[in-house]
Ligand binder design. Structure first.
Ligand code: FMN
Length: 186
């Protein structure tokens, strides 16, 4: 399968990267699938300028020539899209949102249809906005959304919990990968 992993965190090997690693393991491993990783914090991705640009209205995609031009074809071909993001101020990180805003140029069933989206979230207090957002988008295109929601924080002590100390969440990510692989093979 073609798989795209969008890493929303700047922290390499952090909570959400680790969830993604376990999801991919469950899916069958990187050697079994064609997996492309994008880490927007390390990429040149300009903001969508909306109505002040609208270069995409000609129908040929986004006119901005930056690192998004590699993301578009990989995303179009992906059967599974992993979105691994910490919650920052109640939503996905700004670098991931900037990447997603640029999909405005390609909003269509060709890009968003027949996919399994796996949302892997690390959070302290709240994750609802991202789940609701993805559910709405995937439903609109007949795709499926799945989520692993890991509270990496103990409200009683006020301390963060490293994801390695949440083995149930890592197992849940692996099980989700297995489930998605089985469903797509059926
Ligand atoms: C700058 C910053 C802002 C954060 N804002 C939120 C927030 O608004 N809501 C929340 O639930 N967690 C918030 N968190 C907690 C992170 O989402 C959480 O620690 C996550 O597991 C980190 O994942 P990572 O290791 O993949 O970066 C914030 C963390 C940081 C560093």
């Amino acid at each position: 399968m073609n798989v795209v992993v969008l890493h929303g965190s700047a922290r390499v090997g952090g909570d959400t990267d680790t969830l993604a690693e376990h999801f991919l393991r469950g899916l069958g491993g990187e050697e079994t699938h064609s997996v492309t990783h994008f880490r927007p914090i390390e990429m040149e991705i300009a903001h969508c300028r909306g109505e002040t640009c609208m270069g995409c209205s000609a129908g040929d995609g986004c006119v901005i020539q930056d690192d998004m031009q590699a993301v578009y074809p990989a995303f179009r071909e992906a059967e599974v899209v992993v979105m691994a993001s910490p919650m920052f101020w109640g939503y996905m990180t700004s670098q991931l949102k900037t990447l997603f805003d640029r999909f405005e140029a390609v909003v269509s069933p060709e890009y968003f249809g027949n996919k399994d989206f796996a949302l892997l979230i690390g959070y302290r207090h709240y994750y609802g906005s991202m789940v609701e957002w993805l559910d709405r988008i995937t439903a609109g295109f007949g795709s499926r959304s799945h989520a692993v929601l890991a509270q990496t924080y103990d409200p009683e002590t006020g301390r963060d919990i490293p994801i390695a100390d949440l083995p149930d969440k890592l197992a849940e990510a692996t099980a989700l990968g297995q489930d998605v692989a089985q469903r797509r093979a059926a």
